[in-house]
Design a protein around this ligand. Structure first.
Ligand SMILES: Cc1cc2nc3c(=O)[nH]c(=O)nc-3n(C[C@H](O)[C@H](O)[C@H](O)COP(=O)(O)OP(=O)(O)OC[C@H]3O[C@@H](n4cnc5c(N)ncnc54)[C@H](O)[C@@H]3O)c2cc1C
Length: 493
């Protein structure tokens, strides 16, 4: 296994309560802003995670090193060991058998892999609620993490509302997250210090890099860091990967590519010599702020900083939105002040009083509402062009209206002007450039991710997924890679 990581010199995540640090730690600037002013340089970045100095190493240099250019599309990727999972939001979900219909994969195989991967990562959120079937993960999950006061209130109000309006099309439940509520394999349970945005000193948040120690116990396993693969070729029946900067080469009968959808796509298109555009799926996304007036004056206490409650909302036939709400406590006020339509001075004053009774939320739509493309240019770079389907803007308006209505019934105001729609790619859910197909043609893969025209080369990241729904998609990428890996190993291809 090779990956591109070079030495990482980002500061460590804090290990004492967020609020205490903010009040009295004189060194907090090191991880809030960074010795090289990282947070200030990334003011325009799409997610607060991209601004945290502790995660700088995760996002550095991906598009430049992998020759990825974009028009109207936000490219985020990673050259780090463990990739974007070092900084992800840990939201997980399983696709149901019906969401798999039409996909050329036996569902039992996927189900087995979902279970294997979920148990290994450690998932919490088991709560037997209205989203249990939607997430499909409870039988393999640890108990849910505690809710903060605002989420408790929201959930109580939802339960009362649900008794009156059981078939409203709005379902609320605990977020299912790859975060430990009980110790697992040397990793510790979440202790709610509230530092999730910067990283977890307990390793409660799952990152793929945590798998390495176990992998290294296999005698046949070798891990090479710092190898930026820039090409691969075939000779004597072996596929060889090459590095641009060193003379390192590795060869094998099978090559499994998982450099993130965009980098894997570029390498594959280059080897195929394919220059016509291919579709790229992403989930149109939005963010919003909720105010719970009855909670005004709630004291701030450190709490879990990722998704606490999630919703599934039916919008129009065939389109459901998914999203989660987060405490605002573990987020710097600057994240909000920069978005208010008033001067910074007054924004800070207002937020100082208001924010402890507010939650922040996100929303995702299914990938079929995107219309992005990728194409290999003459210069060998991948050009990603962002676009959404015509109906997406209308569906977003419907989503905003319905969310406002349901949250109002639960005692929360969707703050005017806070509903902001992300640019294509802002979701960081990229997939589907080489979709799996039962009879793959050029630009497709078979059900083991093997690229049509490149026998022995398998795409095992998001690039081979035939669809993405509104649900978090990474667990499906992981389960699919697990399924393909098992098949290749056990059937001795
Ligand atoms: C802020 C944020 C929040 C997110 N939240 C969620 C969420 O809640 N739920 C969810 O499902 N998803 C979420 N995601 C998306 C999720 O992180 C990705 O879907 C997932 O990490 C993709 O995994 P991957 O292995 O395909 O690629 P990556 O994680 O990008 O890993 C790529 C790997 O390839 C290596 N690599 C790259 N290029 C090369 C090269 N040229 N040569 C050699 N090696 C190379 C890198 O070193 C790395 O090891 C989030 C992402 C971000 C950034």
């Amino acid at each position: 296994m090779v990956d591109a990581q070079c030495a990482a010199d980002s500061p460590a995540a804090p290990d004492s309560p967020y609020i205490l640090n903010r009040e009295s730690n004189e060194q907090q600037w090191k991880w809030m802003i960074g010795e090289r002013f990282h947070a200030l340089e990334k003011l325009e970045a799409v997610s607060p995670k991209l601004r945290t100095p502790t995660h700088a190493y995760v996002f550095e240099n991906y598009d430049t090193a992998n020759l990825i250019r974009s028009e109207d599309f936000i490219v985020v990727g990673s050259l780090a060991t463990g990739g974007l999972s070092n900084a992800w939001g840990c939201g997980v979900a399983r696709l149901s058998a019906s969401e798999f219909s039409g996909l050329p994969i036996p569902y039992e195989e996927m189900e087995k892999s979902y279970e294997t991967v979920s148990r290994r990562m450690g998932i919490s959120g088991n709560a037997d609620d209205d989203l249990s079937d939607y997430f499909g993960l409870d039988e393999w999950s640890q108990p849910a993490l505690p809710l903060d006061k605002l989420h408790q209130r929201l959930y109580q109000n939802y339960s009362k509302l649900q008794a009156r309006l059981p078939k409203s099309g709005f379902r609320l439940g605990r977020s299912r997250v790859a975060v430990l509520s009980k110790d697992l394999d040397g990793r510790k349970a979440c202790d709610s210090l509230g530092n999730c945005l910067w990283g977890c000193h307990n390793q409660s948040l799952y990152s793929a890099s945590q798998e390495l120690a176990k992998l290294k116990q296999y005698p046949g396993f070798q891990h090479i860091q710092g190898m930026l693969v820039h090409d691969f070729f075939k000779s004597d029946d072996l596929w060889t990967v090459t590095d641009k900067h060193t003379t390192q080469e590795f060869s094998g009968r099978r090559l499994l590519l998982a450099a993130g959808t965009l980098a894997s796509t570029r390498l594959t298109l280059k080897r195929l010599g394919h220059t016509s555009p291919l579709p790229l799926l992403s989930s149109p996304t939005a963010a919003f702020l909720l105010w719970l007036p009855k909670m005004l004056g709630t004291p701030r206490v450190s709490t879990f900083g990722l998704g606490q409650l999630s919703f599934a909302l039916d919008l129009v036939p065939g389109v459901t939105a998914f999203g989660s709400t987060f405490s605002t406590t573990g987020l710097p006020v600057s994240e909000f002040a920069s978005r208010l339509p008033m001067s910074k001075r007054y924004s800070i004053e207002l937020l100082k009083n208001l924010l402890s009774s507010c939650l922040v939320g996100n929303l995702f739509l299914p990938g079929q509402l995107s219309e992005n493309t990728v194409a290999l240019g003459d210069n060998g770079a991948l050009l990603v062009k962002g676009k959404e389907r015509e109906e997406t803007a209308t569906i977003m308006k419907i989503a905003q209206k319905k969310l406002r209505k349901y949250y109002f019934k639960m005692g929360a105001l969707l703050m005017p002007m806070s509903f902001s729609i992300g640019k294509p790619g802002a979701d960081i859910h990229y997939a589907g450039t080489f979709p799996m197909h039962s009879t793959p043609q050029v630009g497709q893969t078979d059900i083991l991710g093997e690229v049509a025209g490149l026998p022995g080369v398998h795409l095992i990241d998001g690039s081979c997924l035939p669809k993405i729904t509104e649900k978090s998609h990474t667990l499906t990428i992981m389960a699919n890679a697990d399924r393909i890996g098992r098949k290749l190993a056990l059937e001795q291809y």
